[in-house]
Design a protein around this ligand. Structure first.
Ligand code: PEP
Ligand code: MN
Length: 338
């Protein structure tokens, strides 16, 4: 931690900062410049101490951390890239992994038809919302338990892993019995009580980026999932809220590079929720793979006009097949397969 003293700070005020640091068990290094004094606070547990401890002291102008607030998700802590194994499908390895399916499970027929089509087109994980986190309480909330049974049937019949969202603690055990990956939605990225419970599982968890979360906040939230020993964490960039309203969210393509630089966790991209419109999904998806994402999470519906949720952003089957074909040369160009 770096404590920057004000230009008019007295020698006593500087000494007070040093004494406070020593009283907390830290070492200090003083840099007495011509303009101002800077105190470096050193020690293994500075991350557990609030910057306010020093910021409140007289004569202090600013306190900044040099260490990142996240640890377990960081590359410093774990230099090799992590590969998450989902029932034999590796995420974060050489192969780009595509997860696809409807926003919400609407019926057994709808789910099965979509699952067969996306699997045939090359998807290796099927998605489908059972519990839907809707903006309005009056909107369709999902088929819940029935949807979970349908997802389990898809897995049993087609031999393909399934992913679905967990919206609250009370359904974790139920969902974990039916799904291979548990998705934490954007609106729950900082639901720390939920993250702590999920940390106790061995199941892979997909952590979506919050609607207005910084990459640092997102990686710090990932630390909650890793804290109790769950090693199977996948990040998902799905766009953030900006002033731009021609798309639903602005996909932060640069977060892929930032995450790859500072974290060992695999990162996939959801072009559907970012775009909000099917016309934009293919180009965003291709850009994400070109930028180094480990995979995609794409909404596909056999008949988007009839979809109960997110029909406008869902690809129909022919459009999804076309996208899969177009992704192949892009993956190849960056030394990956799909
Ligand atoms: C979803 O994937 O269905 C979803 C609700 O996404 P997000 O949490 O990113 O809005
Ligand atoms: Mn959706």
């Amino acid at each position: 931690m770096i404590v920057e003293m004000s230009r008019i700070a007295t020698r006593e005020q500087v000494d007070h900062v040093v004494e406070r640091a020593h009283s907390l068990g830290f070492e200090v290094q003083l840099n007495i410049g011509t303009e101002k004094t800077v105190v470096a606070i050193l020690g293994g547990h500075t991350g557990k101490t609030s910057t306010d401890v020093f910021a409140v002291l007289p004569g202090v102008e600013n306190v900044a951390r040099i260490m990142k607030p996240y640890k377990l998700a960081s590359r410093e802590f774990h230099p090799q890239s992590s590969v998450v194994n989902v029932s034999g499908v590796e995420i974060g390895g050489q192969r780009v992994v595509v997860m696809a399916g409807p926003c919400a499970v609407e019926s057994e027929q709808q789910l099965m038809e979509t699952a067969r089509a996306v699997k045939a087109a090359g998807a290796s994980v099927v998605r489908g919302g059972a519990f839907k986190p809707r903006t309005s309480p009056f909107a369709f909330q999902g088929l819940e338990r029935d949807a979970l049974k349908m997802l389990a049937k898809v897995k049993a019949d087609l031999g393909v892993p399934v992913i679905t969202e967990v919206v609250d603690i009370k359904n974790i055990a139920l969902i974990a019995r039916h799904a291979d990956i548990l998705q934490v939605g954007a609106r729950n990225m900082q639901n720390f009580a939920l993250l702590k419970e999920l940390s106790l599982l061995k199941h892979p968890i997909l952590l979506k980026r919050g609607l207005s979360a910084t990459v640092t906040e997102w990686l710090t939230a990932a630390d909650y999932l890793l804290a109790e020993g769950n090693q199977q964490v996948i990040l998902c960039e799905r766009g953030v809220r900006t002033f731009e309203d021609s798309v639903r969210f602005s996909l932060d393509i640069s977060s892929i590079s930032v995450v790859k630089r500072f974290s060992h966790l695999p990162i996939i991209v959801d072009p559907s929720h970012a775009a909000g419109h099917f016309a934009y999904v293919p180009s965003i998806a291709k850009a994400a793979i070109a930028a180094g994402a480990d995979g995609l999470l794409v909404e596909v519906h056999p008949n988007p006009e009839e979809a109960l949720v997110d029909g406008l952003q869902s690809l129909n089957v022919p459009n999804f097949e076309r996208l899969m074909a177009e992704l192949k040369p892009i993956a190849k160009a960056i030394g990956r397969s799909i």
